[in-house]
Structures are given as structure tokens and as C-alpha cells.
Design a protein. Structure first.
Length: 288
């Protein structure tokens, strides 16, 4: 019985089943014995093989005391684990909209991001992230704290030195006033502190350059050691994971162009330092 193709949905499904088994302190064999199955049947579910029915999955999820929201999520995923590309509507009812991205960032060996209008999410300080979240229609008041906490948790997981991270940002992204002078000063100094980490590359596209390859909008390209790369695009209405390799290749071409256009790391640090100086002089004049 052949394995399903490795997809974003399939990997999330398999990881979730493994996590439930660990939480229940059960091996594949132990779960199978409790259900009166052959061990291979649990392995087929974990590995996304064809031929396992929804009824069998429901039996396993019941044994593992799966919470209702997770039960519904996994039942829906089970029917689509072989489908490439995944559009997750913002109002889809998913309780953890950052889950899929977070799980793939965890196994990525290389992450490259492009942000045109605000500081990239992986580089935002908490107060900056809070003010960005307040401005977004998709983040309600009840979701704001979770939005900030999730963003900071993602940063800690990604910026741990175990992968290469390259972030391209437009100059406008670091000049846009977010949260007032104190928040902006904290954010810009944070960028300078991050810029000296050996596994993090930060490069800016100067406004003076004019039109550039990244005009279509923000995205992240994730590369892995054992599975094909994917692109993550976040919009007001949906999170989108692209796995179709011709489409991924187009985004890779955008990044190659941005590499040729962007200031180098030293020049980017100087631009940030210059902006800090400009803001400091502006504040002094305002006080006089």
C-alpha cells in the first residue's frame, strides 16, 4: 500500500497523531492492542497511508481522548492529506491559525522572509507586534494577547541558531511609525542587536531604489533537508501554503532579485543606525 505524497496537510496530520500517542503514553503497538488491531494499522494512520477509514481514525482518536476541536481538525485533515497547497481561511474555525506554520518552521533548515510594509514578524518586539495586531481587522480584541504571545513564541523557536534565517525588508517597513517613538526606538535597537547573530542575515531594500521584485507582497520561503520547499503567504482573509514547485520557483526568483537589489548587512545596519539618529534629533527638536 503506497505512502501518500508528503504534503503540508499530511505532515500536520501525522505529527498530531504522534503527539496524541505520546500524551497518552502509548506506543503504536500498545494502541493497536487496545483496539484489537494489528500494529501496522496504527502505523498506517501515523504515516498517512491509503485505505484507513474515517471510522478507524475516530476509534483511535477516541482511545486517545482527543479534545473535540482537535478531533474535528484531524478528521477533516484525514480526508485531504494527499492534497497539495493549503488555503486556510482566517474565519475557518481553526483554533490555532499559526499551528501549521509553526510546525514547519520547526523542521525547516533555511527560512527566507520578505516584508514590505512592517518589520518582519520574526523580528518584532512584543509592543510593536501588539500595535500591529491592533491595526489588523482579522485580530479581534479577544485574540490580541494570543496573537502577540504566539508571535514571540515563534521567534524563540525559529531564532535558536539551528537554521539559517534571512530577512529582507523594505526601508519603508522600518520607517513606518508603529506605537509611537518609544516603541519604534525599542524596535530599531532590537533589529541592531539581532543583526549580529551569525545565523541571521538582515538586508534592507532602500526606498531610493524604486520599484522592485517584491511589490506583490510579503511571503516566507521555507526549505527543508528531506522534503520540497514551500512558500507561506499571509493575507487578511487567509493563510496560504504553496507546495506546487513551479509556483515556489517564482518566489525563489523574487528572492534572487531582492538579493541583487538589497543593501548588504553592514549597509543595512548603517541605515538602521541613521534612522535611529534621525528620530533622536527629531525628538530633541520637539522638546525644545
Amino acid at each position: 500500500m503506497p505512502l501518500r505524497r508528503s504534503t503540508v496537510r499530511g505532515r500536520e496530520f501525522g505529527d498530531a497523531i504522534r503527539a496524541l500517542l505520546r500524551a497518552a503514553n502509548l506506543t503504536n503497538r500498545a494502541a493497536a492492542e487496545l483496539l484489537g488491531w494489528q500494529e501496522a494499522k496504527v502505523s498506517e494512520l501515523v504515516n498517512g497511508k491509503e485505505g484507513v477509514s474515517d471510522v478507524d481514525l475516530a476509534k483511535l482518536l477516541g482511545l486517545l481522548r482527543t479534545p473535540p476541536d482537535e478531533f474535528d481538525h484531524l478528521m477533516a485533515l484525514h480526508r485531504e492529506t494527499n492534497v497539495r497547497d493549503w488555503l486556510q481561511p482566517t474565519k475557518s474555525g481553526m483554533t490555532d491559525r499559526a499551528r501549521t506554520l509553526r510546525e514547519h518552521e520547526k523542521i525547516a533548515s533555511d527560512i527566507t522572509g520578505w516584508s514590505m510594509n512592517v518589520v518582519h514578524g520574526l523580528l518584532q518586539v512584543a509592543e510593536y507586534a501588539r500595535h500591529v495586531g491592533e491595526a489588523l481587522a482579522k485580530v479581534g480584541k479577544d485574540d490580541l494577547q494570543t496573537y502577540v504571545e504566539t508571535r514571540i513564541a515563534r521567534q524563540k523557536a525559529v531564532l535558536d541558531g539551528s537554521r539559517t534565517v534571512t530577512i529582507f525588508m523594505h526601508e519603508n517597513a522600518i520607517r513606518l511609525p508603529v506605537g509611537g517613538p518609544e516603541v519604534m526606538a525599542e524596535q530599531l535597537h532590537h533589529l541592531l542587536r539581532l543583526s549580529v547573530r551569525p545565523y541571521l542575515v538582515m538586508r534592507l531594500i532602500p526606498t531610493a531604489f524604486g520599484p522592485h521584485a517584491g511589490l506583490a507582497g510579503d511571503f516566507d520561503l521555507l526549505k527543508f533537508k528531506k522534503i520540497p520547499p514551500l512558500v507561506y503567504v499571509e493575507s487578511e482573509g487567509a493563510n496560504v501554503f504553496l507546495e506546487d514547485q513551479p509556483s515556489v520557483g517564482l518566489y525563489d526568483t523574487v528572492l534572487e532579485s531582492l538579493k541583487r537589489t538589497a543593501l548588504d548587512e553592514a549597509q543595512s545596519r548603517k541605515l538602521i543606525t541613521d534612522i535611529i539618529g534621525e528620530e533622536s534629533r527629531h525628538d530633541q527638536l520637539a522638546e525644545e
